[in-house]
Ligand binder design. Sequence first.
Ligand code: ZN
Length: 95
Amino acid sequence: MFVVYCAVCDRRTLLGVDEVEWVENLTRGVISVSGHCPRGHDVVLLTGDAFTPHEDPRYFGPAPRIWTKPMNKLRAWLRGHFEVSRDLPGPFYRF
Ligand SMILES: [Zn+2]
């Protein structure tokens, strides 16, 4: 069953599998399904694998440990040598 939009009626309707008139592979991952709305107007629906969301192929997961380990060591070294004091200096205290 498909949800199709009829531009003439300006409404969406359900298109049953038995009401599908034509199915065509337009290109890789794009399928065209055509039929008629309840009032008889032509409706076309594009579907297929190209319209389904997939995981981003550019994301390769978290950075490998061989990259993060030197940065963590550097961060620990900087923290040890340049300790940050989060206490306010005396003049800034009101009480
Ligand atoms: Zn219609």
